[in-house]
Write a protein that binds this ligand. Structure first.
Ligand code: AMP
Ligand code: TRP
Length: 410
């Protein structure tokens, strides 16, 4: 099978995952060796490799690039959502430094930005004893599996990626091959752990669909080897398009909540982004309380008061964005925020939003700064996490190599 996989099999993983994950997990006192508190949700077999499982174990994986200027969109769309998941199933959170070199980067700054994302993970409440936190380049399996996936994914699939088109811009001939192949590395990040759940912002949806396509094509192309070697997991939703045993799961994207796409504070039609030249367009996670308040005060809006219903925000992207930010920071629905502020002008809403943002973000900024003052501690967290990540990815890659038919000389 060389073509794009059939869409009909996209839900191949849904039935088992619709069960409460917690109910299907077992307590394992050995899961993280002796120096960590046992994770209530880690299956003993996850450390040994998963090849003899009868179903895919629920596991979360996500990543953030260490490219500077971590902002409110990264926090609300991704990092804040990582925190509760660490109590629901085994979780792996990566600082994806191999992705950061797909565009021009300064080697002298990379260690600092890697520590900064790690500090944000920790300050947001990710517990390195429960979840695995590490930087991608310390676990060689990512790059190795990415190469295999480069030989699975089709040029046509990658050519359709909107993020590549945006990032490469007009001068596509001059973009790095790594920027083009970036989604195969992202698929490898996820599938090296056979992760089943991936929380991300809306901009990553297309990359996650590609991850499913790669998993599906791998499962199909190598179905005979997977079966012969006894490395398959029964396909939870048998269909004519998919083999009855799978090696890689069809990962579930988790793109939900009021903050999957936080927009620029200067232009409600553009995503809040690390690379926007205007610092006023975003709230950085290391901004001071004064800077946060100033940026919200200066945020672009329109002259109308806030409506009482969501329909009233349809043609008002800037107002909709600020309401979404308020909802995500307060844990309320957008409807609830509108019923609280219906009829109020921005001169009332903006100071309320600024107070809320400072209340929520200032303690985290303080904690990030405290953590960053001790780089040795951050590096130790990443080293420990990399060791634990390798223990999971190593056996998966060993099996993948056997499936590919590589001769093992040692
Ligand atoms: P990146 O900065 O590209 O590594 O993104 C890290 C995570 O933040 C990914 O899950 C993104 O989808 C998410 N993210 C980035 N920008 C935004 C945004 N403006 N709104 C919501 N989520 C975002
Ligand atoms: N591509 C993602 C981004 O730019 C970061 C990322 C890399 C990622 N590998 C991942 C996210 C694996 C989730 C899972 O935001």
């Amino acid at each position: 099978m060389q073509g794009r996989p059939a869409k009909t099999v996209r839900s191949a993983l849904r039935p088992p995952l619709s069960l409460a994950p917690r109910a299907r997990l077992r307590h394992n006192p050995r899961a993280h060796g002796t120096c960590h508190a046992p994770h209530p949700a880690i299956d003993p077999r996850s450390k040994l490799g998963d090849s003899h499982l009868t179903e895919f174990q629920p596991r979360v994986f996500s990543g953030v690039q260490p490219t500077g200027n971590l902002h409110l969109g990264n926090y609300l769309g991704a990092i804040a959502r990582f925190v509760p998941l660490q109590d629901e199933m085994p979780a792996i959170y990566c600082v994806v430094d191999l992705h950061a070199i797909t565009v021009k980067h300064d080697p002298a700054l990379l260690a600092g930005t890697t520590r900064e994302v790690t500090a944000a993970y920790l300050a947001a409440g990710i517990d390195p004893k429960k979840a695995i936190i590490f930087n991608q380049s310390q676990v060689r399996e990512h790059a190795e599996l990415a190469w295999i996936f480069n030989c699975i994914a089709r040029i046509g699939w990658l050519s359709r990626m909107t993020q590549f088109k945006e990032k490469a811009g007009k001068n596509r001939e001059n973009a790095s091959v790594g920027l083009f192949a970036y989604p195969t590395l992202m698929a490898a990040d996820i599938l090296a752990y056979r992760a089943t759940h991936v929380p991300v912002g809306d901009d990553q949806k297309q990359h996650l669909e590609l991850t499913r396509d790669i998993a599906q094509k791998f499962n199909n192309d190598f179905a005979d080897q997977i079966k012969e070697l006894g490395l398959g997991i029964p396909n939870p939703t048998p269909s004519p398009e998919l083999p009855d045993e799978l090696f890689f799961p069809l990962t579930e994207p988790m793109i939900a909540g009021p903050a999957t796409r936080i927009m620029s504070l200067r232009d409600g039609t553009k995503k809040m982004s690390k690379s926007d030249p205007s610092d006023l367009s975003r709230i950085n996670l290391r901004d001071s309380a004064e800077e946060i308040a100033k940026k919200i005060r200066k945020a672009k809006t329109d002259p109308e008061p806030l409506p009482s219903e969501m329909d009233g925000l349809a043609e008002r992207p800037e107002a909709a964005n600020l309401v979404g930010i308020y909802a995500a920071l307060s844990g309320k629905s957008k409807d609830a925020v509108l019923s609280e502020f219906a009829g109020q002008p921005f001169s009332i809403f903006k100071p309320a939003l600024a107070d809320l943002a400072v209340d929520k973000l200032a303690p985290m900024t303080g904690e990030m700064n405290r953590l960053l003052a001790d780089p040795g501690h951050i590096d130790a967290v990443l080293r420990d996490g990399a060791g634990r990540a390798s223990e999971i990815a190593g056996p998966v890659l060993r099996d993948a190599r056997r499936i590919m038919g590589f001769l093992e000389g040692r």
